[in-house]
Design a protein around this ligand. Structure first.
Ligand code: SF4
Length: 347
């Protein structure tokens, strides 16, 4: 499979799966945009995308590109001149559909400029805005119609010698998204930016994204991900990290397993598990932590954990690699686990 470079980040051909998000402040509000980018970087985002709807936004991109700690993608619809301007200002990737620019010569100009600048173009096929007639032509099969749309955009860029392409095939319907990406993977060897578009508000959006993105990643499909939520984009990055962690695709991180609690639980386990989860969010060590409600099943159920606790009556036992080490009072559980994580590498 091909790989592309977005500033210092490689996408495709087995590179680490990059997390993307999109700003939700106006691009012309440079201070807010940079502040949001810095929060996203702190949360673990790898690449940021900004909407460039008009000339004022394209002008603002100049400063944003210069000052952003993360690679910047310009999201452009229809107006090829905005793409040319962003390329001139040093943007690291363009998202644009070459078939929607009002003429092939315009697409050729963008392809030439992107090639000269050494930056990739993402073709972003969206199930909700396909070229007219494609759905009917494909017998109402939206996923196939999306692939045909992608093929058309790709062919335009290829005609002008441009091959530095990333492809996305998003639909707001989870099953259509999965089908479209599977078809795209079997036909094209470009890196895939995967996500379920307009996935909704936080809870629903996370579930749709986890199913859509997770199913594809579990099959080895997908090179960069964007969780789309009607929320603060930092929440998108957190959700993306959790999806990658759940599939062991995040690299070194702390994986917390915690039991659902039951009638045997005699400590207040839920806040303990939540506190441990929040505390380890940005710790880059490959460790498995078990937070279990009782000694009857706890150590056994988490036998392969590096560190764990199993609750007793107002206390817990600490275990390492499934073996009980010592007893700790309930109010010392969180700090004890954090101390153990701190020395986790020595275990
Ligand atoms: S570990 Fe113990 S407390 Fe937790 S669900 Fe299992 S049996 Fe219940």
């Amino acid at each position: 499979m091909k790989a592309v470079k977005i500033k210092n980040i490689t996408i495709g051909n087995g590179a680490k799966i990059a997390i993307q998000s999109m700003l939700n402040v106006p691009t012309t509000d440079i201070a807010s945009a940079l502040s949001q980018i810095s929060r996203l970087a702190g949360a673990g985002c790898d690449i940021v995308r900004l909407a460039v709807p008009d000339n004022a936004a394209a002008e603002a991109m100049k400063t944003i590109i210069e000052k952003s700690p993360l690679p910047v993608v310009a999201d452009i619809h229809f107006d090829y001149r905005l793409a040319l301007k962003c390329i001139e200002y040093g943007v690291h990737k363009i998202r644009i559909n070459p078939g929607n620019l009002g003429g092939e010569e315009r697409a050729a100009e963008v392809a030439r400029a992107a090639k000269a600048a050494g930056i990739p173009i993402r073709i972003g096929v969206n199930g909700g805005s396909l070229e007219s007639g494609l759905l009917e032509k494909n017998g109402g099969d939206l996923a196939r119609a999306m692939v045909e749309s992608a093929r058309g955009h790709i062919e335009i860029l290829n005609r002008y010698g441009f091959d530095d392409i990333v492809l996305s095939m998003k639909s707001s319907d989870v099953k259509t998204t999965i089908s479209a990406y599977r078809l795209a993977r079997s036909e094209f060897d470009y890196p895939l930016h995967i996500g379920v578009t307009e996935a909704g508000t936080t809870e629903e959006g996370i579930i749709k994204s986890a199913i859509g993105i997770g199913s594809l990643l579990a099959d080895g499909i997908g090179d960069t991900i964007r969780v789309s939520l009607t929320d603060d984009p930092v929440e998108e990055v957190k959700a993306a990290k959790l999806i990658l962690k759940a599939l062991n695709l995040y690299g070194d991180c702390v994986n917390v397993v915690s039991c659902p609690t039951c009638g045997r639980t005699k400590i207040d386990l839920i806040p303990i598990a939540n506190a441990i989860n929040s505390a380890v969010e940005n710790i880059h060590k490959k460790l498995k932590i078990a937070v279990m409600g009782c000694v009857v099943n706890g150590p056994g159920e988490a036998a392969d954990a590096d560190i764990g606790i199993a609750g007793g009556d107002g206390c817990a036992v600490l275990f390492r690699k499934g073996r009980i080490v010592k007893k700790i009072p309930e109010d010392k559980i969180i700090e004890t686990i954090l101390e153990e994580i701190e020395r986790g590498q020595d275990l």
